[in-house]
Design a protein around this ligand. Structure first.
Ligand code: F6P
Length: 367
């Protein structure tokens, strides 16, 4: 079946580079004589078009994607609360339950005469793409996350920008830490993986890096700070992934999971800071970089990767592929089945060379 009308959606948390993917998809599609339509806010634009006064779909012509490559965010909007497989719906007896609306979504694609879809998103969005492909839609996925926790691709766009910004922030925090002889705990995003914390922590010469893959003992971190103190280094920088947890302990949550909503991590930096103040007797502060890591201009690396992913997704559809996602396997972009892409999360290998490098540099993991 020839493609005439291509849909694009962005789902999950925003990440620098999403707009560059949209631009590459649209320009590559227009060159092939296809028209393009963006779905607003994940799939909400199809499932609940009335909820947006601008309508649920937006025409994406040449003009709509001018000057987008360097812009953070997504011109289509996104959501991590509207998963059509687990859509939050008011329950008859009160409260909210999850409902599978994927059949309805497939029907809406047909009604709108959308022949194919490029689904850009993280594990949740790629799972939806996989289900839609199984129900007969032509779908190619584009993996996205600043967390870099998607298996089957060496890296995702957004990660480099997040690491670059976190590194700059930690560099800046060094001066306050040193001037005031304080402990500074920097909490970074990353969900259940420590990629951002590890890469930014090593690049910015942190003294301790706490990641979910290596549960920490707070006394070990305090010992590292005390050892620095004895050698005349009277300040310390600790980088903590939001998913860092003490040995034998659990995650620190802002909000537990609820219908249609995953749990929200956050707060471990404050907890670690208070414990270190108590154990070391030093003044300690926590800084949460949070959503700052998701915003701003994508780095040149992320722009290039995003553009390559977008163009490759359209080439895959043009070649008749479906049910696959693009992935980076340097130096090439390749295609892998969506089923493989969502099978497992990619965490930091604890015996990998980056962790080894950190250890060789004397950085503590609190273990
Ligand atoms: O997956 C990206 C991410 O930024 C995670 O690192 C973080 O845990 C989560 O999204 C936060 O999402 P939000 O605050 O948008 O619900």
């Amino acid at each position: 079946m020839t493609i005439r009308r291509l849909a694009v959606s962005t789902g999950g948390g925003d990440a620098p580079g999403l707009n560059a993917v949209i631009r590459a998809v649209v320009l590559s599609a227009l060159r092939r004589g296809w028209s393009c339509v963006g779905i607003r806010d994940g799939y909400n634009g199809l499932l609940d078009p009335a909820s947006d006064p601008r309508g649920g779909l937006v025409a994406l012509d040449r003009d709509a994607v001018r000057g987008l490559t360097h812009l953070g965010g997504t011109i289509l909007g996104t959501t991590n609360r509207g998963n059509p497989l687990r859509y939050p719906t008011p329950a008859p007896g009160g409260g909210t339950v999850e409902r599978d609306r994927s059949d309805e979504l497939v029907a809406r694609f047909r009604e709108e005469r959308l022949d194919a879809l490029v689904a850009i998103g993280g594990d949740g969005s790629l799972e939806i793409a996989h289900v839609l492909a199984g129900k007969g839609l032509r779908v190619v996925g584009v993996p996205k996350t600043i967390d870099n926790d998607l298996d089957q691709t060496v890296v995702t766009f957004g990660f480099d920008t997040a690491v670059e910004f976190a590194t700059e922030c930690i560099d800046r925090l060094h001066s306050t830490a040193e001037s005031h002889q304080r402990v500074l705990v920097v909490e970074v995003m990353g969900r259940y993986a420590g990629w951002i914390a590890l890469h930014a922590g090593v690049a910015a010469s942190a003294d301790a890096i706490l990641i979910p893959e290596i549960p920490y003992t707070i006394e070990r971190v305090a010992e590292k700070i005390a050892a620095r103190e004895r050698s005349g280094r009277r300040f310390s920088i600790v980088v903590a992934a939001e998913g860092a947890r003490p040995r034998g302990g659990g995650l620190t949550l802002q909000e537990p999971a609820a219908a249609g909503r995953p749990e929200r991590l956050g707060g471990v930096g404050e907890k670690i800071s208070a414990e270190l103040a108590r154990l070391t007797g030093k003044e300690s502060r926590a800084v949460v970089l949070g959503h700052l890591l998701r915003g701003g201009r994508p780095t040149a690396n992320d722009r290039l990767l995003a553009l390559r992913f977008g163009a490759a997704a359209v080439r895959a559809l043009a070649a008749g592929q479906s049910g696959v996602m693009v992935s980076l396997n340097p130096p090439e972009v390749r295609y892998v089945p969506l089923s493989a892409g969502i099978r497992r999360m990619k965490t930091v290998p604890v015996d990998g060379d980056t962790v080894q490098t950190a250890r060789d540099l004397g950085i503590s993991f609190g273990d």
